[in-house]
Design a protein around this ligand. Structure first.
Ligand SMILES: Cc1cc2nc3c(=O)[nH]c(=O)nc-3n(C[C@H](O)[C@H](O)[C@H](O)COP(=O)(O)OP(=O)(O)OC[C@H]3O[C@@H](n4cnc5c(N)ncnc54)[C@H](O)[C@@H]3O)c2cc1C
Ligand code: FES
Length: 255
C-alpha cells in the first residue's frame, strides 16, 4: 500500500450527477487490481477529518480515476479540485474481483447500481479478450447512468427515462432466462439493498456472487475495527470490509 501526495490531473462532470477525478500515481497504477479502492484525504483541514474511500474506476498509464456524486462535505470539496492540486492518497486498498480464477467458459454478469458502476471500466480493461460478459446497469434515472468504459450494456431505471423501467433483478432474470450459459458468476457493486436482492436471486438460481460491499470506514486500513461485517462461515465470525474485502463471496455474508 502506498501513501503519496498525488497531483490532480482533472475533475470532469460526466453526467449532471457524476464527477470523475483523475490523479497521477505511477506507483498505484502499477500494482492496482480491479475492485480495489483508494482512501483519500479531501484536504488538509480538520473537517472532514477521516479519509474517504473510493473504488478505482479506471487506470490509463499512470492516470488513476475515481467517480463520485456529491453527497456530503468530502465529495463537495473533491468536486472543486483543480489541475495540479495535491491530494493525499493511500492505495491500492483491499482485495479484488477474482478474475484470474475464472474458467475460460465462465459467463460474467457485471451488475451495478448507481455509482456502483465505479470499478467496472478498470475490470473490463483487465478481462481477457475472450471473456464473455454483459454489464447490467440500474439507476434512479438517466442522470445516474454512466456508460464510459463499459461494453455489452443493458440498462434499467426506476423512472424508465432510459432502458427498462424496473430494476437490475428484472434484467438479470430476463438475460438468464434467454441464455444457455451453464457456468455463470455475478460481480456486483452498489447500494446494500440491491446487493441483498442480487444475493437472494442468485442463491435461488445457484449462481455465485462476488460483491463489493459499502460501509462507513474510519481508518480504511484494518486498524480501527470499525468496518466489521458478520460472516456465515466457520473460519471467522467477523471480517473487516477494508482489509478482508471490499469484495466478498456473498455465500459467506450474514446480511
Ligand atoms: C470500499 C468503498 C468504495 C467506495 N467507492 C465509491 C465510489 O467509487 N464512488 C462514490 O461516490 N462513493 C464511493 N464510496 C462511498 C464514499 O466513500 C462516500 O460516498 C463518501 O465517503 C462520502 O463522503 P462525503 O464526505 O461527501 O459525505 P459524508 O459527509 O460522509 O456523508 C454525507 C451524507 O451522505 C450520506 N452518504 C454517504 N455516502 C453515501 C452514499 N454512497 N450514498 C448515499 N448517501 C451517502 C451519509 O450517510 C451522510 O448522511 C465507497 C465506499 C466504500 C466503503
Ligand atoms: S475502517 Fe478501520 S478497520 Fe476497517
Amino acid at each position: 500500500m502506498i501513501q503519496e501526495n498525488a497531483k490532480c490531473i482533472s475533475v470532469k462532470k460526466l453526467t449532471p450527477e457524476i464527477y470523475q477525478l483523475t490523479f497521477r500515481s505511477s506507483k498505484i497504477a502499477k500494482i492496482a487490481k480491479p475492485g480495489q479502492f483508494i482512501n483519500l484525504k479531501v484536504d488538509n483541514t480538520l473537517y472532514p477529518l477521516l479519509r474517504r474511500p473510493f473504488s478505482i474506476s479506471d487506470i490509463v498509464g499512470a492516470n488513476v480515476s475515481i467517480i463520485f456524486n456529491v453527497v456530503g462535505e468530502g465529495t463537495k470539496r473533491l468536486a472543486k479540485k483543480v489541475k495540479n492540486d495535491l491530494i493525499d492518497i493511500i492505495g491500492p486498498c483491499g482485495n479484488s474481483f477474482p478474475i484470474k480464477e475464472l474458467n475460460k467458459n465462465t459467463f460474467v454478469y457485471l451488475v451495478a447500481g448507481g455509482l456502483g458502476v465505479a470499478p467496472f471500466p478498470f475490470l473490463i480493461r483487465k478481462f481477457s479478450a475472450k471473456q464473455k460478459f454483459i454489464t447490467i446497469l440500474g439507476a434512479r434515472n438517466r442522470n445516474y447512468i454512466l456508460k464510459d468504459g463499459l461494453k455489452n450494456i443493458l440498462i434499467s431505471t426506476d423512472d424508465g427515462s432510459v432502458g427498462l423501467k424496473g430494476n437490475v433483478i428484472d434484467l438479470i432474470r430476463k438475460s438468464i432466462s434467454t441464455s444457455n450459459n451453464k457456468d455463470s458468476v455475478i460481480f456486483a457493486c452498489g447500494p446494500t439493498p440491491m446487493i441483498k436482492a442480487v444475493s437472494e436471486f442468485a442463491m435461488k438460481n445457484g449462481i455465485t456472487v462476488y460483491a463489493s460491499l459499502e460501509c462507513d470506514m474510519a481508518c480504511g486500513i484494518g486498524l480501527c475495527q470499525g468496518c466489521n461485517i458478520e460472516m456465515n462461515n466457520l473460519t471467522s465470525k467477523y471480517e473487516l470490509v477494508c482489509k478482508n474485502g471490499p469484495i466478498f463471496n456473498l455465500e459467506n455474508i450474514k446480511f
